[in-house]
Write a protein that binds this ligand. Structure first.
Ligand SMILES: NC(=O)c1ccc[n+]([C@@H]2O[C@H](COP(=O)([O-])OP(=O)(O)OC[C@H]3O[C@@H](n4cnc5c(N)ncnc54)[C@H](O)[C@@H]3O)[C@@H](O)[C@H]2O)c1
Ligand SMILES: CC1=C(/C=C/C(C)=C/C=C/C(C)=C/C=C/C=C(C)/C=C/C=C(C)/C=C/C=C(\C)C=O)C(C)(C)CCC1
Length: 536
């Protein structure tokens, strides 16, 4: 491509603390509170990304063998879209909101919600979508009015170096900085006091981050992984299910946190599903994935060996793919028919292009296996009739879910994204990115003139009727009885069907109509007798 990538250089450990301290001071100077300042910074970032697009594409190619389409759609254009969405909406989101559900008595105090910046935020990125998963949360943190330290993954070093260049060229260095490094640098970073840590990566490192945050009670957002199931029933469209799941598992050579880790297929349609997977592979990569510009590589030899070991350990049968080349970090998309829910391909998240497929007797068994394998995965992918996919959703839990597709929910840039349970906590993207990085601060303002009206709150209380005075105004009356049933007031009793079923409701409604007719007749008679003027 003819572009010169900047070198990856770890930040000298001795500089980290003073850099962080500088950003903390900036936050307290209130520089980043100004909304127009944030918008300008984000816009400058947009153009620096545009100007460095070729470097990003080259870095993604070098780090992960990412092709043009994937690098544009899931990295460059992804974060640029994000910036435009945030800058379009930021002024609106930053405005104080009037608080919901405030009773009349408290309305005078004008309760509102202010979107306060948190302070200094640490964003730790993962290697697989190096730009998206680093700049994405950082854009949220800037929008929220925080100062930010970004620590990209050292495992995508070229992308990390390009991000540092982009930040230096576009962002105010007193507010936003990139610190490069691996475990030693992270150790030093984690000794600092942060106002929030946003971490994307593995569950094991997530635990390290959470432990390090605990002494300061620092809030942590965790975007982790999971063993995500896909379930295909006999009522599903086999060709569609196969192509969509293949799409999800061949993107970035399977190094996608939300792609399915395994697929459970009704035994009756297992062969047909596998045949469609084979056909899909031929269609996606007519000359084979190795020769395709669109097919990525494992990030490094460690990742290659990990996936190889999983495949070596399977007791299943490889029915498509299976070739690999360590020198090229290439692993072919590999379909394996397995029979054991404890298979090596089920035990761990593969984070590679492996497609284990297991036959099941029925939907109940599929749901049981999915829940036994991982109770709280990042995603669930359901293919079947509406009743079946409804049942899958109702009987499982996951960070997100796509019906009739693999990981589609994760490709909607403005849809809140996050895990649940041990696949993560907290969410971001779209408006959620802003909310993730602000504190919703509740504020009231008590007018001075109200003091005499509010005087009942001041002691002394004993021997006065202050409680009685206030309770009439502040205490709510239950609209339910001791058995937990809803009690209806007489008005709603008359105007709705109320309790007691349709028959008694109809009786009440007819009673109401009868009373209305009787009243009307009475009024007509009184009008005729000259007691009342005629009704117009
Ligand atoms: N939920 C998501 O959005 C999401 C996105 C991408 C990846 N992931 C998950 O991340 C994992 C793969 O990504 P990864 O290999 O980059 O994750 P990782 O946990 O190895 O690394 C993530 C970050 O943590 C840092 N780190 C590594 N070891 C550390 C340590 N001992 N102490 C402190 N920091 C340390 C790294 O420098 C890197 O910046 C998979 O499990 C995948 O599912 C989740
Ligand atoms: C345009 C019209 C229509 C709509 C068309 C649509 C909706 C097309 C969608 C195409 C897609 C989804 C293309 C694929 C894009 C892939 C993307 C964005 C990949 C993203 C990857 C991500 C976010 C990875 C994340 C990884 C993580 C978090 C962890 O590892 C119609 C159909 C409505 C008709 C009118 C025209």
């Amino acid at each position: 491509m003819g572009v010169q990538l900047p070198p990856f250089e770890s930040t000298p450990i001795e500089n980290i603390s003073s850099t962080v301290d500088g950003l903390r001071q900036t936050f307290w100077s209130s520089k980043t509170r100004d909304v127009q300042f944030r918008i300008k910074q984000l816009r400058k970032l947009y153009w620096a990304i545009e100007d460095n697009k070729d470097l990003i594409l080259e870095a993604c190619k070098k780090d992960l063998g990412k092709g043009f389409f994937e690098a544009m759609i899931a990295e460059v254009a992804w974060v640029q879209n994000d910036i435009i969405f945030m800058t379009d909406n930021l002024e609106k989101w930053c405005k104080d909101e009037s608080a919901p559900d405030i009773g009349l008595a408290n309305k005078f105090m004008r309760p509102k919600i202010r979107k306060d910046p948190l302070g200094i935020v640490l964003v730790v990125g993962a290697f697989n979508f190096p730009i998206q998963l680093s700049f994405g949360p950082m854009i949220g943190a800037i929008s929220g009015g925080n100062t930010v330290v970004l620590k990209p993954s050292e495992n995508s070093p070229n992308s990390a170096a390009v991000m540092q260049k982009i930040m230096k060229e576009s962002l105010d260095p007193d507010c936003y900085t990139c610190i490069q490094g691996s475990i030693p640098e992270m150790k030093v970073l984690l000794e600092e006091k942060w106002d929030k840590i946003f971490f994307t990566g593995s569950a094991n490192v997530g635990k390290i981050i959470t432990k390090a945050a605990a002494p300061n009670l620092t809030p942590v957002v965790l975007e982790l992984g999971g063993r995500n199931p896909a379930i295909v029933t006999r009522k599903a469209d086999m060709r569609l299910a196969a192509r969509r799941l293949l799409w999800a598992k061949t993107m970035n050579a399977g190094q996608v946190c939300i792609s399915q880790n395994y697929t459970l297929v009704d035994k009756e349609v297992l062969d047909s599903f596998v045949n469609e997977l084979k056909a899909g592979l031929k269609e996606f990569f007519p000359n084979g994935p190795k020769a395709s510009e669109d097919y990525g590589r494992m990030v490094n030899l460690g990742a290659f060996n990990r996936v190889k070991k999983m495949l070596d350990g399977t007791t299943g049968k490889i029915v498509a793919g299976g070739t690999m080349d360590a020198d090229d970090l290439f692993i072919e998309p590999t379909v394996v028919v397995i029979t054991d829910p404890e298979d090596s391909l089920m035990r761990d998240e593969s984070f590679g292009p492996l497609l284990p497929v297991m036959g099941v007797d029925n939907l109940d068994q599929a749901i049981h296996i999915a829940n036994q394998t991982h109770r709280t995965p990042l995603g669930v992918y359901a293919f079947g009739s509406k009743a079946e996919t409804d049942k899958i959703l109702a009987s499982t839990t996951s960070g997100g879910a796509s019906i009739n597709d693999g990981m589609f929910h994760g490709t909607v840039g403005t849809l809140a994204f996050g895990g649940v349970g041990d696949s993560g906590s907290g969410s971001y993207r779209g408006k959620a990115s802003f909310d993730c990085f602000v504190h919703h601060r509740s504020i009231t303002h008590t007018p001075s003139w109200m003091d005499s009206l509010l005087a009942a709150r001041y002691p002394p209380f004993a021997g006065t009727n202050k409680y009685e005075k206030l309770s009439g105004m502040l205490l709510k009356k239950p609209n339910f009885d001791r058995a937990g049933n809803t009690k209806l007031g007489w008005i709603s009793w008359l105007f709705t069907l109320g309790t007691g079923g349709l028959f008694r409701g109809a009786l009440r409604a007819s009673l109401l109509v009868g009373v209305a007719v009787a009243l009307r007749l009475l009024m007509d008679r009184r009008t005729m007798n000259g007691i009342l003027p005629p009704v117009e």
